[in-house]
Design a protein. Structure first.
Length: 628
Protein backbone atom coordinates (compact mmCIF):
# COMPACT_ATOMS: atom_id res chain seq x y z
CA UNK A 1 0.00 0.00 0.00
CA UNK A 2 2.84 2.41 0.84
CA UNK A 3 4.43 1.79 -2.55
CA UNK A 4 1.17 2.48 -4.34
CA UNK A 5 0.57 5.69 -2.39
CA UNK A 6 4.06 6.87 -3.32
CA UNK A 7 3.28 6.14 -6.96
CA UNK A 8 0.00 8.05 -6.64
CA UNK A 9 1.70 11.07 -5.05
CA UNK A 10 4.35 11.16 -7.78
CA UNK A 11 1.63 11.05 -10.42
CA UNK A 12 -0.30 13.84 -8.69
CA UNK A 13 2.82 16.00 -8.85
CA UNK A 14 3.21 15.28 -12.55
CA UNK A 15 -0.41 16.20 -13.24
CA UNK A 16 -0.17 19.42 -11.25
CA UNK A 17 2.94 20.56 -13.09
CA UNK A 18 1.41 19.81 -16.48
CA UNK A 19 -1.89 21.59 -15.80
CA UNK A 20 -0.14 24.60 -14.28
CA UNK A 21 2.06 24.89 -17.36
CA UNK A 22 -1.02 25.01 -19.60
CA UNK A 23 -2.70 27.95 -17.88
CA UNK A 24 -3.06 31.11 -19.98
CA UNK A 25 -1.79 34.50 -18.80
CA UNK A 26 -5.32 35.71 -18.08
CA UNK A 27 -5.93 32.76 -15.73
CA UNK A 28 -7.96 30.60 -18.11
CA UNK A 29 -7.34 27.11 -19.42
CA UNK A 30 -8.22 26.64 -23.08
CA UNK A 31 -8.71 23.02 -24.02
CA UNK A 32 -10.40 21.76 -27.15
CA UNK A 33 -14.10 20.98 -27.25
CA UNK A 34 -13.95 18.43 -30.05
CA UNK A 35 -16.98 16.90 -31.75
CA UNK A 36 -17.94 15.00 -34.88
CA UNK A 37 -18.18 16.32 -38.45
CA UNK A 38 -21.27 18.53 -38.04
CA UNK A 39 -19.64 21.83 -37.12
CA UNK A 40 -16.70 21.41 -39.51
CA UNK A 41 -19.06 20.55 -42.37
CA UNK A 42 -21.44 23.44 -41.71
CA UNK A 43 -18.56 25.89 -41.45
CA UNK A 44 -17.02 24.67 -44.71
CA UNK A 45 -20.31 25.11 -46.58
CA UNK A 46 -20.91 28.57 -45.13
CA UNK A 47 -17.36 29.73 -45.86
CA UNK A 48 -17.54 28.49 -49.45
CA UNK A 49 -20.70 30.59 -49.92
CA UNK A 50 -19.99 33.75 -47.93
CA UNK A 51 -16.22 33.87 -47.53
CA UNK A 52 -14.48 31.81 -50.25
CA UNK A 53 -11.26 33.70 -49.55
CA UNK A 54 -10.72 31.54 -46.45
CA UNK A 55 -9.17 28.84 -48.61
CA UNK A 56 -6.53 27.80 -46.09
CA UNK A 57 -9.10 27.25 -43.34
CA UNK A 58 -11.39 25.40 -45.74
CA UNK A 59 -8.54 23.12 -46.75
CA UNK A 60 -7.53 22.33 -43.17
CA UNK A 61 -11.09 21.63 -42.05
CA UNK A 62 -11.46 19.35 -45.07
CA UNK A 63 -8.24 17.52 -44.24
CA UNK A 64 -9.56 16.72 -40.78
CA UNK A 65 -12.79 15.38 -42.26
CA UNK A 66 -10.91 13.16 -44.70
CA UNK A 67 -8.69 11.78 -41.94
CA UNK A 68 -11.74 10.95 -39.83
CA UNK A 69 -13.34 8.82 -42.54
CA UNK A 70 -13.44 5.10 -41.70
CA UNK A 71 -12.28 2.39 -44.08
CA UNK A 72 -15.83 1.44 -45.02
CA UNK A 73 -16.50 4.97 -46.27
CA UNK A 74 -18.52 6.08 -43.28
CA UNK A 75 -17.90 8.71 -40.62
CA UNK A 76 -18.38 7.75 -36.99
CA UNK A 77 -19.26 9.54 -33.76
CA UNK A 78 -17.07 7.19 -31.66
CA UNK A 79 -14.79 4.18 -32.13
CA UNK A 80 -17.37 1.41 -31.73
CA UNK A 81 -19.97 3.23 -33.81
CA UNK A 82 -21.08 1.05 -36.73
CA UNK A 83 -21.27 4.20 -38.83
CA UNK A 84 -23.24 7.41 -38.52
CA UNK A 85 -25.32 8.14 -41.60
CA UNK A 86 -26.03 11.79 -40.83
CA UNK A 87 -22.36 12.55 -40.11
CA UNK A 88 -21.38 10.81 -43.34
CA UNK A 89 -23.86 12.81 -45.43
CA UNK A 90 -22.76 16.07 -43.77
CA UNK A 91 -19.06 15.35 -44.34
CA UNK A 92 -19.64 14.22 -47.94
CA UNK A 93 -21.71 17.32 -48.72
CA UNK A 94 -19.12 19.67 -47.25
CA UNK A 95 -16.25 18.07 -49.18
CA UNK A 96 -18.27 18.23 -52.42
CA UNK A 97 -19.68 21.75 -52.10
CA UNK A 98 -16.40 23.25 -50.92
CA UNK A 99 -14.66 21.89 -54.01
CA UNK A 100 -12.11 19.96 -51.96
CA UNK A 101 -13.15 16.67 -53.60
CA UNK A 102 -15.28 15.68 -56.55
CA UNK A 103 -17.74 12.80 -56.44
CA UNK A 104 -15.41 10.45 -58.33
CA UNK A 105 -12.65 10.57 -55.71
CA UNK A 106 -12.13 7.14 -54.09
CA UNK A 107 -13.04 8.45 -50.63
CA UNK A 108 -16.26 9.95 -51.98
CA UNK A 109 -17.22 6.76 -53.80
CA UNK A 110 -16.79 4.77 -50.60
CA UNK A 111 -18.94 7.28 -48.75
CA UNK A 112 -21.57 7.17 -51.49
CA UNK A 113 -21.74 3.37 -51.26
CA UNK A 114 -22.16 3.53 -47.49
CA UNK A 115 -24.91 6.17 -47.72
CA UNK A 116 -26.90 4.19 -50.26
CA UNK A 117 -26.43 0.93 -48.32
CA UNK A 118 -27.79 2.71 -45.26
CA UNK A 119 -30.98 3.95 -46.92
CA UNK A 120 -29.85 7.15 -48.62
CA UNK A 121 -30.26 10.78 -47.68
CA UNK A 122 -33.90 10.16 -46.78
CA UNK A 123 -32.80 8.32 -43.61
CA UNK A 124 -30.64 11.05 -42.06
CA UNK A 125 -31.44 12.93 -38.85
CA UNK A 126 -33.86 15.83 -39.14
CA UNK A 127 -31.11 18.34 -38.31
CA UNK A 128 -29.14 17.09 -41.32
CA UNK A 129 -32.21 17.34 -43.54
CA UNK A 130 -32.64 20.90 -42.31
CA UNK A 131 -29.04 21.79 -43.22
CA UNK A 132 -29.48 20.21 -46.65
CA UNK A 133 -32.78 22.02 -47.24
CA UNK A 134 -31.13 25.36 -46.46
CA UNK A 135 -28.63 24.65 -49.22
CA UNK A 136 -31.20 23.49 -51.76
CA UNK A 137 -30.25 19.83 -51.41
CA UNK A 138 -33.37 18.42 -49.74
CA UNK A 139 -37.06 19.29 -50.16
CA UNK A 140 -38.80 21.23 -47.43
CA UNK A 141 -41.84 19.34 -46.09
CA UNK A 142 -45.21 20.63 -47.31
CA UNK A 143 -46.28 21.10 -43.70
CA UNK A 144 -43.40 22.15 -41.50
CA UNK A 145 -43.67 20.51 -38.03
CA UNK A 146 -42.84 23.76 -36.22
CA UNK A 147 -45.31 26.47 -37.27
CA UNK A 148 -44.23 30.09 -36.97
CA UNK A 149 -47.31 31.00 -34.90
CA UNK A 150 -45.75 29.22 -31.90
CA UNK A 151 -43.79 32.42 -31.30
CA UNK A 152 -47.10 34.16 -30.50
CA UNK A 153 -48.26 31.75 -27.79
CA UNK A 154 -48.04 33.06 -24.21
CA UNK A 155 -45.87 31.19 -21.74
CA UNK A 156 -48.82 29.62 -19.89
CA UNK A 157 -49.61 27.47 -22.96
CA UNK A 158 -47.91 24.05 -22.36
CA UNK A 159 -46.18 23.92 -25.76
CA UNK A 160 -45.36 27.63 -26.04
CA UNK A 161 -42.02 28.61 -27.58
CA UNK A 162 -41.22 30.35 -24.30
CA UNK A 163 -41.51 27.13 -22.28
CA UNK A 164 -38.75 25.41 -24.23
CA UNK A 165 -35.21 25.21 -22.90
CA UNK A 166 -32.92 28.16 -23.60
CA UNK A 167 -30.82 25.95 -25.88
CA UNK A 168 -33.82 25.06 -28.05
CA UNK A 169 -35.28 28.58 -28.10
CA UNK A 170 -31.94 29.90 -29.32
CA UNK A 171 -31.79 27.36 -32.14
CA UNK A 172 -35.48 27.36 -33.01
CA UNK A 173 -36.01 31.13 -33.33
CA UNK A 174 -34.13 31.06 -36.67
CA UNK A 175 -35.56 27.61 -37.45
CA UNK A 176 -39.13 28.97 -37.18
CA UNK A 177 -38.29 31.70 -39.70
CA UNK A 178 -36.52 29.39 -42.13
CA UNK A 179 -39.17 26.68 -41.97
CA UNK A 180 -41.94 29.19 -42.52
CA UNK A 181 -40.23 30.76 -45.52
CA UNK A 182 -38.84 27.41 -46.76
CA UNK A 183 -35.67 29.30 -47.54
CA UNK A 184 -32.89 27.87 -49.68
CA UNK A 185 -29.49 29.28 -50.56
CA UNK A 186 -28.31 27.23 -53.55
CA UNK A 187 -24.55 26.75 -53.54
CA UNK A 188 -22.60 28.79 -56.12
CA UNK A 189 -20.89 25.63 -57.35
CA UNK A 190 -24.19 24.17 -58.52
CA UNK A 191 -23.19 20.82 -57.03
CA UNK A 192 -25.98 18.50 -55.95
CA UNK A 193 -26.33 15.20 -54.12
CA UNK A 194 -29.25 13.71 -56.04
CA UNK A 195 -27.17 10.55 -56.56
CA UNK A 196 -27.33 9.92 -52.80
CA UNK A 197 -31.11 9.53 -52.77
CA UNK A 198 -32.53 6.01 -52.50
CA UNK A 199 -35.93 7.14 -53.83
CA UNK A 200 -37.20 9.71 -56.33
CA UNK A 201 -37.50 12.41 -53.67
CA UNK A 202 -34.91 14.54 -55.47
CA UNK A 203 -37.48 15.17 -58.20
CA UNK A 204 -39.72 16.81 -55.63
CA UNK A 205 -36.72 18.90 -54.60
CA UNK A 206 -36.20 20.28 -58.12
CA UNK A 207 -39.87 21.18 -58.44
CA UNK A 208 -39.84 22.89 -55.07
CA UNK A 209 -36.72 24.94 -55.83
CA UNK A 210 -38.28 26.19 -59.07
CA UNK A 211 -41.53 27.05 -57.28
CA UNK A 212 -39.83 29.07 -54.53
CA UNK A 213 -37.13 30.83 -56.55
CA UNK A 214 -39.31 33.74 -57.66
CA UNK A 215 -40.76 34.34 -54.20
CA UNK A 216 -37.31 34.21 -52.65
CA UNK A 217 -35.95 36.81 -55.08
CA UNK A 218 -38.83 39.07 -54.10
CA UNK A 219 -37.97 38.66 -50.43
CA UNK A 220 -34.29 39.39 -50.97
CA UNK A 221 -34.91 42.39 -53.24
CA UNK A 222 -37.44 44.20 -51.10
CA UNK A 223 -37.17 43.38 -47.43
CA UNK A 224 -39.53 46.11 -46.21
CA UNK A 225 -42.29 45.43 -48.74
CA UNK A 226 -42.05 41.71 -48.04
CA UNK A 227 -42.65 42.19 -44.35
CA UNK A 228 -45.51 44.61 -44.85
CA UNK A 229 -47.25 42.37 -47.36
CA UNK A 230 -47.38 39.26 -45.21
CA UNK A 231 -49.88 38.32 -42.54
CA UNK A 232 -46.98 36.66 -40.71
CA UNK A 233 -45.30 40.05 -40.40
CA UNK A 234 -45.49 40.24 -36.62
CA UNK A 235 -44.38 36.65 -35.99
CA UNK A 236 -41.40 36.99 -38.31
CA UNK A 237 -40.39 40.23 -36.66
CA UNK A 238 -40.77 38.71 -33.21
CA UNK A 239 -38.55 35.75 -34.11
CA UNK A 240 -36.00 38.07 -35.70
CA UNK A 241 -36.03 40.29 -32.62
CA UNK A 242 -35.46 37.28 -30.37
CA UNK A 243 -32.34 36.40 -32.37
CA UNK A 244 -30.96 39.92 -32.42
CA UNK A 245 -31.50 40.34 -28.67
CA UNK A 246 -29.50 37.21 -27.93
CA UNK A 247 -26.44 37.91 -30.04
CA UNK A 248 -23.34 37.88 -27.84
CA UNK A 249 -20.52 40.38 -27.94
CA UNK A 250 -18.50 38.17 -30.27
CA UNK A 251 -21.34 38.15 -32.82
CA UNK A 252 -22.50 34.57 -32.21
CA UNK A 253 -26.01 33.58 -31.17
CA UNK A 254 -25.84 32.62 -27.49
CA UNK A 255 -22.23 31.49 -28.12
CA UNK A 256 -23.33 28.37 -30.07
CA UNK A 257 -21.88 27.81 -33.54
CA UNK A 258 -24.86 25.64 -34.53
CA UNK A 259 -27.36 28.37 -33.60
CA UNK A 260 -25.22 30.99 -35.34
CA UNK A 261 -25.22 29.00 -38.58
CA UNK A 262 -29.03 28.97 -38.48
CA UNK A 263 -29.17 32.67 -37.60
CA UNK A 264 -27.06 33.65 -40.61
CA UNK A 265 -29.36 31.75 -42.97
CA UNK A 266 -32.43 33.24 -41.24
CA UNK A 267 -31.10 36.78 -41.61
CA UNK A 268 -30.34 36.16 -45.28
CA UNK A 269 -33.88 34.82 -45.73
CA UNK A 270 -35.40 38.05 -44.44
CA UNK A 271 -33.35 40.34 -46.64
CA UNK A 272 -30.06 40.97 -44.86
CA UNK A 273 -27.11 41.22 -47.24
CA UNK A 274 -24.14 38.85 -46.80
CA UNK A 275 -21.89 41.81 -45.99
CA UNK A 276 -24.29 43.37 -43.47
CA UNK A 277 -22.66 44.23 -40.12
CA UNK A 278 -24.60 41.61 -38.15
CA UNK A 279 -23.68 38.76 -40.52
CA UNK A 280 -20.07 39.91 -40.83
CA UNK A 281 -19.83 40.04 -37.05
CA UNK A 282 -21.35 36.57 -36.76
CA UNK A 283 -18.81 35.17 -39.22
CA UNK A 284 -15.96 36.68 -37.20
CA UNK A 285 -17.41 35.10 -34.07
CA UNK A 286 -17.56 31.71 -35.77
CA UNK A 287 -13.95 32.04 -36.90
CA UNK A 288 -12.94 32.67 -33.29
CA UNK A 289 -14.31 29.22 -32.39
CA UNK A 290 -11.79 27.47 -34.64
CA UNK A 291 -9.19 25.64 -32.58
CA UNK A 292 -6.10 23.57 -33.22
CA UNK A 293 -6.44 20.08 -31.78
CA UNK A 294 -3.68 18.13 -30.04
CA UNK A 295 -2.98 16.42 -33.36
CA UNK A 296 -2.35 19.80 -35.03
CA UNK A 297 -5.56 19.89 -37.08
CA UNK A 298 -8.06 22.73 -37.19
CA UNK A 299 -11.55 22.07 -35.85
CA UNK A 300 -14.72 24.15 -35.54
CA UNK A 301 -15.88 24.02 -31.93
CA UNK A 302 -19.59 24.28 -31.31
CA UNK A 303 -18.95 26.32 -28.18
CA UNK A 304 -15.59 26.76 -26.50
CA UNK A 305 -15.62 25.19 -23.03
CA UNK A 306 -13.30 27.71 -21.41
CA UNK A 307 -15.31 28.52 -18.27
CA UNK A 308 -16.09 24.87 -17.60
CA UNK A 309 -12.50 23.76 -18.13
CA UNK A 310 -11.01 26.63 -16.13
CA UNK A 311 -13.27 26.03 -13.15
CA UNK A 312 -12.64 22.27 -13.23
CA UNK A 313 -8.88 22.76 -13.48
CA UNK A 314 -8.71 25.26 -10.61
CA UNK A 315 -10.97 23.19 -8.34
CA UNK A 316 -9.05 19.99 -9.08
CA UNK A 317 -5.68 21.62 -8.44
CA UNK A 318 -6.96 22.76 -5.06
CA UNK A 319 -8.21 19.25 -4.30
CA UNK A 320 -4.72 18.05 -5.24
CA UNK A 321 -3.11 20.31 -2.65
CA UNK A 322 -2.67 23.82 -4.09
CA UNK A 323 -3.79 26.51 -1.66
CA UNK A 324 -6.19 29.31 -2.49
CA UNK A 325 -3.24 31.70 -2.20
CA UNK A 326 -1.32 29.94 -4.97
CA UNK A 327 -0.74 32.19 -7.97
CA UNK A 328 -2.31 29.66 -10.35
CA UNK A 329 -5.51 29.54 -8.31
CA UNK A 330 -5.56 33.31 -7.87
CA UNK A 331 -5.31 34.00 -11.60
CA UNK A 332 -8.11 31.54 -12.28
CA UNK A 333 -10.27 33.20 -9.63
CA UNK A 334 -9.84 36.66 -11.17
CA UNK A 335 -10.77 35.27 -14.57
CA UNK A 336 -13.86 33.42 -13.30
CA UNK A 337 -15.11 36.34 -11.20
CA UNK A 338 -15.12 38.55 -14.28
CA UNK A 339 -17.57 36.21 -16.02
CA UNK A 340 -20.37 35.95 -13.45
CA UNK A 341 -23.70 36.73 -15.11
CA UNK A 342 -25.79 39.67 -14.03
CA UNK A 343 -29.13 38.38 -15.30
CA UNK A 344 -30.75 35.77 -17.49
CA UNK A 345 -32.71 36.92 -20.53
CA UNK A 346 -36.27 35.74 -20.94
CA UNK A 347 -38.04 37.09 -24.01
CA UNK A 348 -41.67 36.34 -23.19
CA UNK A 349 -43.47 39.66 -23.65
CA UNK A 350 -40.13 41.45 -23.73
CA UNK A 351 -39.39 40.91 -20.05
CA UNK A 352 -36.18 39.98 -18.30
CA UNK A 353 -36.20 37.23 -15.70
CA UNK A 354 -33.55 38.25 -13.17
CA UNK A 355 -31.72 35.20 -11.86
CA UNK A 356 -28.35 36.73 -11.10
CA UNK A 357 -25.23 34.99 -9.90
CA UNK A 358 -24.70 32.09 -12.29
CA UNK A 359 -21.97 31.27 -14.81
CA UNK A 360 -22.15 29.96 -18.38
CA UNK A 361 -20.14 27.45 -20.36
CA UNK A 362 -17.98 29.74 -22.51
CA UNK A 363 -16.48 33.13 -21.91
CA UNK A 364 -18.54 34.87 -24.61
CA UNK A 365 -21.74 33.61 -22.97
CA UNK A 366 -23.20 36.50 -20.96
CA UNK A 367 -26.90 35.67 -20.57
CA UNK A 368 -27.32 31.89 -20.44
CA UNK A 369 -26.03 30.66 -17.06
CA UNK A 370 -26.48 27.05 -16.05
CA UNK A 371 -26.44 25.05 -12.85
CA UNK A 372 -23.55 22.72 -13.70
CA UNK A 373 -21.12 25.47 -14.66
CA UNK A 374 -22.16 27.52 -11.64
CA UNK A 375 -21.56 24.77 -9.11
CA UNK A 376 -18.11 23.98 -10.50
CA UNK A 377 -17.09 27.66 -10.56
CA UNK A 378 -18.23 27.97 -6.96
CA UNK A 379 -16.04 24.99 -6.06
CA UNK A 380 -13.07 26.80 -7.58
CA UNK A 381 -13.90 29.98 -5.64
CA UNK A 382 -14.82 28.46 -2.27
CA UNK A 383 -11.43 29.01 -0.66
CA UNK A 384 -10.66 32.25 -2.49
CA UNK A 385 -13.18 34.34 -0.58
CA UNK A 386 -10.50 35.85 1.65
CA UNK A 387 -7.96 36.38 -1.12
CA UNK A 388 -9.94 38.13 -3.87
CA UNK A 389 -11.91 41.36 -3.63
CA UNK A 390 -15.59 40.75 -4.24
CA UNK A 391 -15.20 36.97 -4.21
CA UNK A 392 -17.22 36.40 -1.06
CA UNK A 393 -20.27 38.25 -2.36
CA UNK A 394 -19.98 36.63 -5.79
CA UNK A 395 -19.83 33.21 -4.13
CA UNK A 396 -22.93 33.96 -2.02
CA UNK A 397 -24.84 35.12 -5.10
CA UNK A 398 -23.84 31.97 -6.90
CA UNK A 399 -25.12 29.77 -4.08
CA UNK A 400 -28.40 31.70 -4.06
CA UNK A 401 -28.67 31.12 -7.81
CA UNK A 402 -28.32 27.36 -7.26
CA UNK A 403 -31.08 27.33 -4.66
CA UNK A 404 -33.38 29.41 -6.87
CA UNK A 405 -32.83 26.97 -9.72
CA UNK A 406 -33.93 23.91 -7.73
CA UNK A 407 -37.03 22.38 -9.30
CA UNK A 408 -40.23 21.78 -7.36
CA UNK A 409 -39.58 18.02 -7.66
CA UNK A 410 -36.34 18.49 -5.66
CA UNK A 411 -33.87 17.97 -8.49
CA UNK A 412 -31.81 20.34 -10.59
CA UNK A 413 -31.73 20.70 -14.38
CA UNK A 414 -29.04 22.35 -16.48
CA UNK A 415 -30.59 25.59 -17.78
CA UNK A 416 -34.22 25.91 -16.75
CA UNK A 417 -36.36 25.68 -13.64
CA UNK A 418 -39.51 23.53 -13.66
CA UNK A 419 -39.22 22.74 -17.34
CA UNK A 420 -41.17 19.54 -18.05
CA UNK A 421 -41.59 17.41 -21.15
CA UNK A 422 -45.38 17.82 -21.26
CA UNK A 423 -46.88 17.53 -24.76
CA UNK A 424 -43.58 17.07 -26.60
CA UNK A 425 -45.16 14.33 -28.69
CA UNK A 426 -47.16 17.03 -30.51
CA UNK A 427 -44.03 17.66 -32.56
CA UNK A 428 -42.81 14.83 -34.77
CA UNK A 429 -39.13 15.77 -34.52
CA UNK A 430 -36.20 13.52 -33.65
CA UNK A 431 -34.59 14.25 -30.26
CA UNK A 432 -37.18 16.97 -29.57
CA UNK A 433 -37.94 15.55 -26.14
CA UNK A 434 -34.20 15.35 -25.37
CA UNK A 435 -33.69 19.07 -25.94
CA UNK A 436 -36.94 21.07 -25.97
CA UNK A 437 -37.44 20.75 -22.24
CA UNK A 438 -34.97 20.59 -19.40
CA UNK A 439 -36.16 18.30 -16.60
CA UNK A 440 -34.20 17.46 -13.47
CA UNK A 441 -31.14 15.34 -14.24
CA UNK A 442 -29.37 12.86 -11.97
CA UNK A 443 -25.89 14.07 -12.90
CA UNK A 444 -26.65 17.77 -12.37
CA UNK A 445 -28.53 17.05 -9.13
CA UNK A 446 -25.78 14.79 -7.81
CA UNK A 447 -23.03 17.29 -8.55
CA UNK A 448 -25.02 20.11 -6.98
CA UNK A 449 -25.61 18.06 -3.84
CA UNK A 450 -21.91 17.18 -3.71
CA UNK A 451 -21.05 20.87 -3.84
CA UNK A 452 -23.59 21.75 -1.15
CA UNK A 453 -22.27 18.98 1.08
CA UNK A 454 -18.52 19.34 0.61
CA UNK A 455 -18.29 23.12 0.16
CA UNK A 456 -21.35 24.66 1.86
CA UNK A 457 -21.32 21.94 4.56
CA UNK A 458 -25.03 21.18 4.29
CA UNK A 459 -26.44 17.77 5.17
CA UNK A 460 -29.74 15.94 4.91
CA UNK A 461 -30.92 18.05 7.85
CA UNK A 462 -31.41 20.92 5.38
CA UNK A 463 -34.86 20.82 3.72
CA UNK A 464 -33.51 21.69 0.26
CA UNK A 465 -30.95 18.93 0.50
CA UNK A 466 -33.62 16.51 1.73
CA UNK A 467 -35.71 17.28 -1.34
CA UNK A 468 -32.73 16.72 -3.65
CA UNK A 469 -31.87 13.43 -1.99
CA UNK A 470 -35.47 12.19 -2.20
CA UNK A 471 -35.63 12.99 -5.91
CA UNK A 472 -32.27 11.39 -6.62
CA UNK A 473 -33.09 8.17 -4.78
CA UNK A 474 -36.31 7.86 -6.80
CA UNK A 475 -34.30 8.05 -10.03
CA UNK A 476 -32.05 5.09 -9.28
CA UNK A 477 -32.61 2.31 -11.78
CA UNK A 478 -33.48 -1.22 -10.66
CA UNK A 479 -29.93 -2.38 -11.44
CA UNK A 480 -28.44 0.27 -9.09
CA UNK A 481 -27.28 2.85 -11.66
CA UNK A 482 -28.30 6.38 -12.58
CA UNK A 483 -28.44 7.82 -16.10
CA UNK A 484 -26.32 10.92 -16.71
CA UNK A 485 -27.65 13.44 -19.24
CA UNK A 486 -24.46 15.39 -19.97
CA UNK A 487 -21.82 12.66 -19.78
CA UNK A 488 -21.48 9.11 -21.09
CA UNK A 489 -23.63 7.87 -19.47
CA UNK A 490 -24.53 5.49 -16.62
CA UNK A 491 -21.00 5.59 -15.22
CA UNK A 492 -21.20 9.38 -15.24
CA UNK A 493 -24.67 9.52 -13.71
CA UNK A 494 -23.85 6.92 -11.03
CA UNK A 495 -20.63 8.72 -10.11
CA UNK A 496 -22.43 12.05 -9.74
CA UNK A 497 -25.34 10.56 -7.78
CA UNK A 498 -23.28 8.51 -5.33
CA UNK A 499 -20.69 11.21 -4.59
CA UNK A 500 -23.53 13.71 -4.12
CA UNK A 501 -25.46 11.48 -1.74
CA UNK A 502 -22.36 10.66 0.29
CA UNK A 503 -21.30 14.31 0.55
CA UNK A 504 -24.57 15.32 2.23
CA UNK A 505 -24.43 12.48 4.74
CA UNK A 506 -26.17 9.48 3.19
CA UNK A 507 -24.53 6.42 4.73
CA UNK A 508 -22.32 4.12 2.69
CA UNK A 509 -24.51 1.32 4.06
CA UNK A 510 -27.67 2.80 2.60
CA UNK A 511 -29.30 0.23 0.27
CA UNK A 512 -29.06 2.61 -2.70
CA UNK A 513 -25.32 3.08 -2.20
CA UNK A 514 -24.71 -0.64 -1.76
CA UNK A 515 -26.76 -1.40 -4.85
CA UNK A 516 -24.72 1.15 -6.83
CA UNK A 517 -21.46 -0.39 -5.57
CA UNK A 518 -22.49 -3.83 -6.73
CA UNK A 519 -23.56 -2.49 -10.12
CA UNK A 520 -20.27 -0.66 -10.54
CA UNK A 521 -18.07 -3.65 -9.73
CA UNK A 522 -20.08 -5.79 -12.15
CA UNK A 523 -19.32 -3.29 -14.90
CA UNK A 524 -15.55 -3.56 -14.54
CA UNK A 525 -13.94 -4.41 -17.87
CA UNK A 526 -11.72 -7.48 -18.43
CA UNK A 527 -8.77 -5.07 -18.81
CA UNK A 528 -9.24 -3.94 -15.20
CA UNK A 529 -10.82 -0.53 -15.71
CA UNK A 530 -14.14 0.92 -16.79
CA UNK A 531 -15.39 2.06 -20.17
CA UNK A 532 -18.89 2.79 -21.45
CA UNK A 533 -20.04 3.03 -25.05
CA UNK A 534 -21.83 6.10 -26.35
CA UNK A 535 -24.44 3.60 -27.53
CA UNK A 536 -25.72 3.61 -23.94
CA UNK A 537 -26.84 7.18 -24.36
CA UNK A 538 -29.08 6.43 -27.34
CA UNK A 539 -30.73 3.25 -26.04
CA UNK A 540 -30.78 4.31 -22.35
CA UNK A 541 -29.28 0.96 -21.31
CA UNK A 542 -25.70 0.35 -20.23
CA UNK A 543 -23.43 -0.93 -23.01
CA UNK A 544 -19.73 -1.49 -22.42
CA UNK A 545 -17.14 0.20 -24.63
CA UNK A 546 -14.61 -2.07 -26.36
CA UNK A 547 -11.95 -0.94 -23.88
CA UNK A 548 -11.58 1.09 -20.69
CA UNK A 549 -11.01 4.84 -20.85
CA UNK A 550 -9.09 6.88 -18.31
CA UNK A 551 -12.07 9.20 -17.81
CA UNK A 552 -14.60 6.43 -17.15
CA UNK A 553 -12.10 4.64 -14.92
CA UNK A 554 -11.52 7.84 -12.95
CA UNK A 555 -15.26 8.35 -12.43
CA UNK A 556 -15.78 4.74 -11.35
CA UNK A 557 -12.84 4.85 -8.93
CA UNK A 558 -13.97 8.18 -7.44
CA UNK A 559 -17.37 6.60 -6.84
CA UNK A 560 -15.81 3.64 -5.03
CA UNK A 561 -13.60 5.96 -2.98
CA UNK A 562 -16.74 7.72 -1.75
CA UNK A 563 -18.16 4.34 -0.67
CA UNK A 564 -15.22 2.60 1.01
CA UNK A 565 -13.28 3.56 4.13
CA UNK A 566 -10.47 1.26 3.00
CA UNK A 567 -9.56 0.50 -0.61
CA UNK A 568 -10.63 -2.86 -1.98
CA UNK A 569 -8.39 -4.90 -4.25
CA UNK A 570 -10.19 -3.87 -7.45
CA UNK A 571 -9.58 -0.20 -6.62
CA UNK A 572 -5.84 -0.61 -6.05
CA UNK A 573 -5.45 -2.53 -9.28
CA UNK A 574 -7.40 0.08 -11.24
CA UNK A 575 -5.47 2.97 -9.68
CA UNK A 576 -2.22 1.49 -10.99
CA UNK A 577 -3.76 0.96 -14.40
CA UNK A 578 -5.11 4.52 -14.46
CA UNK A 579 -1.63 5.89 -13.87
CA UNK A 580 -0.12 3.71 -16.59
CA UNK A 581 -2.87 4.38 -19.13
CA UNK A 582 -2.74 8.12 -18.78
CA UNK A 583 0.93 8.11 -19.69
CA UNK A 584 0.07 6.43 -22.99
CA UNK A 585 -1.25 7.93 -26.19
CA UNK A 586 -4.32 6.51 -27.85
CA UNK A 587 -8.00 5.81 -27.46
CA UNK A 588 -8.02 5.10 -23.72
CA UNK A 589 -6.68 8.54 -22.93
CA UNK A 590 -7.75 10.90 -25.66
CA UNK A 591 -10.07 9.89 -28.45
CA UNK A 592 -13.20 8.29 -26.98
CA UNK A 593 -15.95 10.87 -26.33
CA UNK A 594 -17.18 11.03 -22.74
CA UNK A 595 -19.32 14.16 -23.03
CA UNK A 596 -22.92 13.95 -24.23
CA UNK A 597 -24.80 16.59 -26.19
CA UNK A 598 -27.65 15.03 -28.17
CA UNK A 599 -28.36 11.31 -27.63
CA UNK A 600 -27.31 9.29 -30.66
CA UNK A 601 -26.22 12.35 -32.62
CA UNK A 602 -23.72 14.63 -30.85
CA UNK A 603 -20.87 13.63 -28.54
CA UNK A 604 -17.94 15.57 -27.15
CA UNK A 605 -14.30 14.79 -26.60
CA UNK A 606 -13.24 17.19 -23.87
CA UNK A 607 -9.47 17.47 -24.13
CA UNK A 608 -9.42 18.64 -20.51
CA UNK A 609 -10.99 15.45 -19.14
CA UNK A 610 -7.99 13.06 -19.33
CA UNK A 611 -6.04 15.66 -17.34
CA UNK A 612 -8.63 16.67 -14.78
CA UNK A 613 -10.66 13.61 -13.74
CA UNK A 614 -7.70 11.27 -13.12
CA UNK A 615 -6.03 13.97 -11.00
CA UNK A 616 -9.20 14.46 -8.97
CA UNK A 617 -9.55 10.72 -8.37
CA UNK A 618 -5.89 10.23 -7.45
CA UNK A 619 -6.11 13.18 -5.05
CA UNK A 620 -9.20 11.78 -3.33
CA UNK A 621 -7.52 8.38 -3.11
CA UNK A 622 -4.37 9.83 -1.53
CA UNK A 623 -6.30 12.00 0.94
CA UNK A 624 -8.64 9.26 2.14
CA UNK A 625 -6.23 6.35 2.31
CA UNK A 626 -2.96 7.99 3.32
CA UNK A 627 -3.07 6.40 6.77
CA UNK A 628 -4.21 2.94 5.64
Amino acid sequence: MTELLEKVQAEIGRYIARIQSEQQKNGAWRYDFETGPMTDASMMILLSILDPGEKELLMQLAQRLVRKQAEGGEWKQYDDDDGHLSSTVEAYTALLLSGYMDRDAPQMKRAEDYILRSGGVEKVHISTKFMLALNGLYPWPAFYPLPLWLIHLPKWVPFSFYRWSSYVKTHFAPVLILGHLKYTLPHPSGADISHLYATQKHRMLRQQIHRHRQLQEQRNNNHAVFFKSKRSNLALQKAEKYMLEHIEGDGTLYSYASATFFMIYALLSTGYKPDSPVISHAMKGLLSFVTQTDSGELHMQNSPSTVWDTALASYTLQEAGLSAADETVQRAAVYLLSLQHADKKESAKGSLLHISGGWGFSESNTANPDVDDTQVVLRALTHCTFHQEGCHEAWRKGVRYLFRMQNDDGGWAAFERNSTSFMTRLFDIENFEDTAFDPSAADVTGRTLEFLGSHVKLTTNHPRVQAGVRWLLKQQRPDGSWYGRWGVSFLYGTWAAVTGLRAVGVSAQHPAIQKAANWLLRRRQPDGGWGESCKSDAVKTYIAAPYSTVVHTAWALDTLIAMHEKPVEEMNEAISLLIDWNREDGSRRATYPTGAGLPGHFYIQYHSYPRIWPLLTLSHYAQKYKSC
